[in-house]
Design a protein around this ligand. Structure first.
Ligand code: FAD
Ligand code: DHB
Length: 388
């Protein structure tokens, strides 16, 4: 079998790319390792930037986002209990939409099914042949059978632990990365969100984030050591710790209840350059990772795919040159989001190995945000995703 584009990975990036290319009349297939049920149920990101929402609308994929997403016009930054609101709407004219990645994935699956986009799940042991020659050969196992697929172009949308990025030789691909010495312990609970807007809290005991999915579903995170044992964190301990890190007024109102999910996410910044090699292009987490603090991961993945689809559809016969142009364009955008996520992470977390100097710098960063409308506007523009 031969296709024009083989998309490896069927998360948000791969699903959206499959839909856009299929709609444009390309012969495309999405190959996903896990089952559709697994991909549909995964809990991950929660915030859509303004440009992501606009893009989803343009592609008629935002009906439910518009109906069920919660528009947020600002956010609260708390400095050791002292809240500061950043007014996105007033500063930028835009807001963000709180809408779970889980829900977006369901919407993408609905379009995939309705429009008969070819999406194969439970594709195992996928291996790429030489990506510098066309067609590229993909081998995999599905339903106990060995399969081979030939593709003019391969889109690597297989996330941070995928295989496609490894097809770029070490001498060509350079990875720029930073690990942070902590993770996020997250829970989901069927309780009312503590505050109508998100609260990003800096605290001596570590960072905390109060987020939500809807009026009866809250998402909370605590900065925690990387070796945290989830078993040592029964719900009561989580709620007690959260109360200590957020503004007192919020702590008093906090509605607690049993968690329905609990997980630890390590934090990392990483960019692999270039994002294309031969007839392979990488998009989303396959190409880069950001710490979750700026809520950029999902948005970057969507923006990559839009850029990639445009390049694939504009070039009559997309080859290494067109894909390189995609990489150049995407990387300029990616680095700005990487910088922002790094900055949010650095300003708000407690770094166990950094001394009092770093803490004073954090104090000064937050003082600047508090006193300078220009600083708040710069933060707001980047958070809502409008890059002047
Ligand atoms: P993914 O969603 O990872 O999709 C990749 C897909 O490829 C997966 O379905 C995977 O099963 C599949 N795959 C992998 N290997 C293969 C293979 N060999 N063959 C075939 N298929 C393969 N971002 C935020 O902004 N805020 C958050 O709070 C947040 N929380 C997160 C929590 C966790 C636990 C994780 C892992 C990520 C989180 N992110 C968050 C990041 C955000 O979810 C990602 O940036 C986003 O999912 C990227 O989409 P993607 O399609 O590029 O990658
Ligand atoms: C969520 C996650 C984030 O990383 C973030 O910055 C905001 C919200 C969330 O899961 O709701």
């Amino acid at each position: 079998r031969r296709v024009q584009v083989a998309v490896v990975g069927g998360g948000p990036a791969g699903s959206l790319l499959g839909i856009l290319l299929h709609r444009a009349g390309l012969n495309v297939v999405v190959l996903e390792r896990r089952s559709v049920e697994h991909v549909r149920g995964r809990i991950r990101a929660g915030v859509l930037e303004h440009p992501s929402v606009t893009m989803l609308r343009e592609h008629r994929l935002a009906d439910r986002v518009d109906r069920e997403g919660i528009r947020h016009e600002g956010v609260v930054l708390s400095d050791r209990g002292d809240p500061l609101r950043v007014d996105f709407q007033g500063l930028t004219g835009h807001g963000v939409v709180v809408y779970g990645q889980t829900e977006l994935q369901k919407d993408l699956f609905a379009a995939i099914e309705a429009e008969r986009v070819k999406y194969l799940d439970e594709v195992e042991e996928l291996a790429l042949g030489d990506v510098t020659n066309r067609p590229v050969e993909l081998r995999y196992r599905r339903g106990g059978r060995e399969e081979t697929l030939l593709a003019d172009v391969v889109a690597g949308c297989d996330g941070a632990h995928g295989v496609t990025a490894d097809a770029v030789p070490r001498g060509v691909r350079r990875t720029y990365e930073r690990y942070y010495p902590f993770g996020w312990l997250g829970i989901m609970a069927e309780t009312a969100p503590v505050h109508p807007e998100l609260i990003y809290a800096r605290h001596e005991r570590g960072f905390a984030l109060c987020s939500m999915r809807h009026a009866r579903l809250s998402r909370y995170y605590l900065q925690a050591p990387l070796d945290t044992d989830l078993g040592a964190w029964p719900d009561d301990r989580f709620w007690d710790e959260l109360r200590r890190r957020i503004p007192p007024a919020a702590a008093e109102r906090l509605e607690t209840g049993p968690s329905i999910e609990k997980s630890l996410t390590p934090l990392r910044s990483a960019v692999g350059e270039p994002m294309a090699y031969g007839f392979l292009a990488l998009a989303g987490d396959a190409a880069h990772s950001v710490p979750p603090t700026g809520a950029k991961g999902l948005n970057l993945a969507l923006a990559d795919v839009v850029d990639l689809a445009e390049v694939l559809l504009e070039a009559k016969d997309p080859g290494p040159e067109a894909l390189q142009a995609y990489s150049d364009r995407a990387l300029r955008r990616v680095w700005r989001a990487v910088r922002f996520s790094w900055w949010m992470t650095t300003v708000l977390h407690r770094f166990p190995d950094d001394g009092p100097f770093a803490e004073r710098i954090q104090d000064a960063e937050l003082a600047l945000l508090r006193s300078s409308v220009a600083a708040r506007r710069a933060m707001a523009e980047q958070y809502v995703g409008i890059l002047p």
